[in-house]
Write a protein that binds this ligand. Structure first.
Ligand code: FE2
Length: 428
């Protein structure tokens, strides 16, 4: 496993050069670059976005991105975008883990879409894809202009070579690649699989900490950004691009990963979820799960997210005279869940690592019958909820499964039977 160097600090104005002198000092765009590089700005928020939301990066590269041209439609894929012309279900859905592909696939060929919401053309909502790859991309590169990509690995180690440098991720970590950044993602282990959230909306940022104060939850210092690295020379490569829900490919005579130096705050990053400083009740009652929000993509309405990325990490449960599992719930927001490892505390069976569940707006959900029984009878001593990592993509927009996901053999026809044993206990 390669030992990579990283820069630390969420949303910092990072700067890094792979060759001494490649990063101009004192200005962004000199008349002539001292090493003959091209200057290119990447804006992932509008020029006029407020300062605390503004994201952009200056790249110093061997050839500019305009050298990529001649894109042709590419239809040999299973990637879909919102809006999806299927029914938005008003019933709880759950999928067992998908088996690995029967073919040897690289990252891009292995991508397939499970759900999407909002509208990719208006930069609202998101899509959830799965990947399961067992070979490197070689001379293929990929980017999506439709959103930033949040990787949630379930198994295997993956090296992500991006325009701005390299990230190595494994289960328990996440990576985020901003909209438009070109990359290739290669398994380091024999195969790797996981979830990808393609966030069409505003870039993910840290949630407000409110009365918790200056520290806690995901701390800025624990986010790691790559140092500059580049591929030089001439060779025939293929660049696959996603834009407005369609995919295209072009051939080029050089690698698009040709950025020798960069400075800015819009760059790929990774984060180890074990660094998340979880807060919980030390008196009574189960807090709202928003207390476990790692990153949020705000919508135009304050506090109503396009996407909240929420985790359910190992933690202590100590609440007194309290039903400790998650409560029964109906939510205006829509909840898509996945599991990286272990067991989720509202479900004992049927929700496995790599599996998924979907509870759209106002779809009732909550602990299965067996968990209700144990939750109402357990001795309430301090308990470590351990060896588990579940997560949720929560959104203001209802998720629509793709046709392939809605007709998949992994869709569990009897999911709602997990609540069948909830008999009345009313005893006035
Ligand atoms: Fe919920």
């Amino acid at each position: 496993m390669p030992d990579l160097e990283y820069l630390s600090g969420f949303d910092n104005e990072h700067q890094t050069e792979a060759v001494a002198g490649a990063l101009p000092i004192g200005q962004f765009s000199p008349q002539r670059h001292p090493l003959g590089l091209y200057t290119e700005q990447l804006s992932t928020t509008a020029f006029t976005a407020p300062g605390h939301l503004n994201r952009r990066t200056w790249c110093y590269r061997i050839q500019p991105s305009v050298s990529q041209s001649g894109f042709k439609p590419w239809n040999n894929h299973r990637i879909e975008s919102a809006p999806i012309s299927e029914i938005c279900p008003h019933q709880p859905l759950r999928w067992s883990p998908y088996p690995g592909p029967t073919e040897v696939l690289d990252f891009v060929d292995s991508l397939h879409t499970i759900v999407a919401n909002g509208d990719v053309k208006t930069q609202t909502g998101l899509a959830v894809h799965l990947y399961h790859c067992s070979k490197a991309m070689g001379a293929r590169y990929f980017y999506t202009a439709d959103g930033e990509l949040l990787f949630v690995p379930v198994a295997g180690q993956m090296l992500i070579n991006t325009e701005l440098g390299k990230l190595l991720i494994e289960p328990g970590e996440i990576a985020v690649i901003p909209r438009g950044i070109k990359f290739k993602a290669d398994p380091i282990t024999s195969s790797c699989n996981g979830y990808i959230c393609e966030n069409y909306g505003a870039p993910l940022t840290l949630p407000e900490r409110g009365p918790v104060g200056a520290n806690g939850f995901a701390n800025q210092r624990d986010f790691q950004y790559p140092v500059a690295a580049f591929e030089a020379g001439s060779n025939q490569v293929e660049l696959i691009a996603k834009y407005s829900g369609e995919l295209y490919f072009a051939t080029m005579d050089h690698s698009p990963l040709n950025v020798v130096a960069w400075t800015g705050n819009s760059a790929p990053y990774k984060y180890n979820l074990s660094r998340f400083n979880a807060m919980n009740s030390v008196s009574f009652d189960h807090p709202d799960p928003s207390i476990f929000t790692v990153l949020t993509s705000p919508s135009a309405l304050p506090g109503i997210a396009n996407l909240d990325f929420v985790i359910f990490p190992p933690r202590w449960s100590v609440a007194e005279h309290t039903f400790r599992p998650p409560w029964y719930h109906r939510n205006v927001m829509s909840e898509f869940m996945g599991l990286v490892t272990g067991q989720y505390d509202a479900k004992k069976a049927g929700f496995e690592p790599g599996g998924m569940s979907l509870h759209n707006s106002m779809t009732p959900h909550g602990p299965e019958s067996a968990v209700f029984e144990s939750g109402t009878s357990a001795e309430l001593k301090p308990e470590k909820i351990d060896n588990t990592l579940a997560f949720m993509f929560e959104s203001r927009y209802g998720f629509v499964p793709t046709s392939s996901a809605a007709n998949s053999p992994q869709l569990q026809p009897d999911y709602d039977q997990c609540w069948a044993g909830l008999e009345p206990h009313f005893n006035r």
